[in-house]
Every structure is written in structure tokens, then in C-alpha cells.
Write a protein that binds this ligand. Structure first.
Ligand code: ZN
Length: 305
């Protein structure tokens, strides 16, 4: 972790250069320089690792930190929960239909694709974009198409206007250039295609902030407002957007289709709201850290599940 090279950035949403620092470290004690943009209130890492450093992390280190099932045997009772949430939400809005071709961006082992194939549409074509070589091997051996490892690469050239559904579940917050990625996604959607996107909600963050919510791999911290703004800038029209529901209180999710590109109008009062929320939520960090430490001890002693 000590060979990280950091690079400065402007606000990924409005391009503003004026930012307020919120934190310098995040999960696992790895530096995470969270700032809030004064002009539009969006939060993101600045400075952040270079793209080369992130590429190395995702290719060879990410699984160790975040995907225990890839590197060892793991309790897999919960592996289809996120996928079942996607299906339930599409169903609730009357948007679960034959998709014919589905892409999961940042698919990991492909649990969402497996779930859709099992419970919804056995004969659709399922594709994945995923940087981890271990996951790639697993995806290919499970009969999934593999469009590439690098989201900024030319993977989209071969699959323009192809997909009935693109899934981006907790991936947009990881990207250096989230707007560029959304534009590529728009280009690979069919005219009747849907994008399902879900991100952690910076207005309803999981706690503690400093050792859980803030993390080096999350470059962008979206809210309902900032996600909606960026989707519009990419020409993605929201059919639905929600700031949490009964399935998850701490995420923003949206279901979109191709639409016109809309201009972003920053709200200069948003920065004060976001800064106040982080300040108040962060006051409880020590309490939440002690609580999670206590729970892990009880689990190790097998006094709770
Ligand atoms: Zn901004």
C-alpha cells in the first residue's frame, strides 16, 4: 500500500476546483481523502490514486479485501441477495421482461447473471465486464460472455445497441471517470434497453464513516441528487429513482432508459448539507467501531451467528 501514487482532480460532477476536506483515511486504514465540492456538494476522493495504481489493485488485490468467496471458501447464504433485490425492484415497477441480452459491469463471480439465468430468463445471453482474472476464469467456465477487463477500453465498440439490461450494482462509485462510463453504457443499450444502477447513499451512509463508509476504492460518494444529475448528463432518463427502500436503506438506485442529454444545474446549498451530515454521522464513529469489534468477538466465540 505504500507505493501509492496520488493525483489531484476537479469535481467529477461540476468540474469545480474548490473542495472542503472531510477525511484523510478510510476502511482498512488506507488513505482516503474525502472532500466535498463547494459548488455542487458532491463528495469524492481528492487526491486519489492514479489509474495505474487502481488497475493494479482491482486486478490482483481487490478480491482479497472485498470478495472472500473468490480467494477462499465462504459462507454463500447471501451471495444472491443483491441479485434478488434487482429482480424484485424491476418487478415492482413492471419492468421485468425478456431482456435477451444482459451485461453486468463489474460482475465479480457473476452471481447476478447466474441468478437472472436461474429465476428469470434461462436462454438470454449473459455478458460480463470484470478486471479480476480469477473471476474471468470463473465467468467463462460458467458460460458467460466476457466483454473485457478495462471499463475505459474499447469493449463497447463491438456491442453497440445490444443490451436489453445493463446492471451497474455498486460499481459507479469506483470509477475515475463515471460520466465517461455512463456514456459508454448508454451507447450499448438497445432503444428499449434498461440500465439498473445502485450506489451507496452519501446522505444515508453506513457507519462508521472513517473505517467503513469512506474507502479508497470508492472514488465517488453519490446522493440521489448527484446520481440523477450525472445520469442526465450521460443522456440516461430515469424511469425511477429511490433513496433506499425496504430492501436496503443505505443505497440510491435508479432504473433508466436512453434519453436526451440534460445540463447540470449545481445547487450551492448542497455542500453545507453534505458537510453537516458527515460531521454528525462521524461523531458516532467510535461507538460503531466498538460495536462491530464486540460483534466480531462474539462471532469468534460462536456466541452469535
Ligand atoms: Zn462539484
Amino acid at each position: 500500500m505504500n507505493d501509492a501514487t496520488f493525483t489531484k482532480s476537479l469535481c467529477p460532477l461540476c468540474g469545480g476546483p474548490d473542495h472542503r476536506a472531510v477525511s484523510t483515511t478510510g476502511q482498512f486504514g488506507i488513505p482516503a481523502h474525502v472532500v466535498v465540492c463547494v459548488d455542487c456538494g458532491s463528495s469524492f476522493l481528492n487526491p486519489r490514486w492514479t489509474k495505474e495504481r487502481y488497475d493494479r489493485f482491482y486486478s490482483s488485490e481487490y478480491d482479497t479485501y472485498y470478495r472472500p468467496e473468490v480467494v477462499s471458501q465462504n459462507d454463500d447464504r447471501y451471495k444472491f441477495v443483491p441479485a434478488s433485490q434487482i429482480v424484485t425492484r424491476l418487478q415492482r415497477y413492471g419492468l421485468l421482461r425478456p431482456f435477451q441480452r444482459v451485461l453486468d459491469l463489474g460482475s465479480g463471480m457473476g452471481h447476478a447473471l447466474t441468478y437472472l439465468r436461474n429465476v428469470h430468463e434461462p436462454n438470454a445471453q449473459y455478458d460480463a465486464l470484470e478486471p479480476s482474472p480469477t473471476c474471468r476464469t470463473h465467468l467463462l467456465s460458467n458460460g458467460f460472455g466476457y466483454v473485457g477487463a478495462d471499463v475505459y477500453g474499447p469493449w463497447d465498440d463491438q456491442v453497440k445497441d445490444s443490451y436489453g439490461l445493463v446492471i451497474m450494482r455498486h460499481v459507479l462509485e469506483h470509477f475515475h471517470e463515471p460520466l465517461e462510463v455512463l456514456r459508454k453504457v448508454r451507447a450499448v443499450l438497445r432503444d428499449d434497453g434498461l440500465l439498473y444502477v445502485a450506489v451507496p447513499d452519501a446522505m444515508h451512509p453506513t457507519k462508521p464513516l472513517r473505517s467503513h463508509f469512506f474507502r479508497v476504492v470508492h472514488i465517488n460518494y453519490f446522493t440521489r441528487r448527484s446520481l440523477a444529475a450525472m445520469l442526465g448528463m450521460a443522456g440516461l432518463e430515469m424511469l425511477h429513482i429511490a433513496e433506499g427502500d425496504d430492501l436496503s436503506k443505505n443505497e440510491v438506485f435508479a432504473i433508466c432508459k436512453k434519453g436526451p442529454v440534460t445540463k447540470f444545474q449545481p445547487d450551492t446549498t448542497e455542500a453545507a448539507r453534505q458537510l453537516a451530515l458527515y460531521r454528525d454521522a462521524g461523531r458516532l464513529d467510535t461507538w460503531y467501531e466498538l460495536k462491530s469489534w464486540g460483534i466480531s468477538i462474539l462471532r469468534r466465540l460462536r456466541l452469535i451467528n
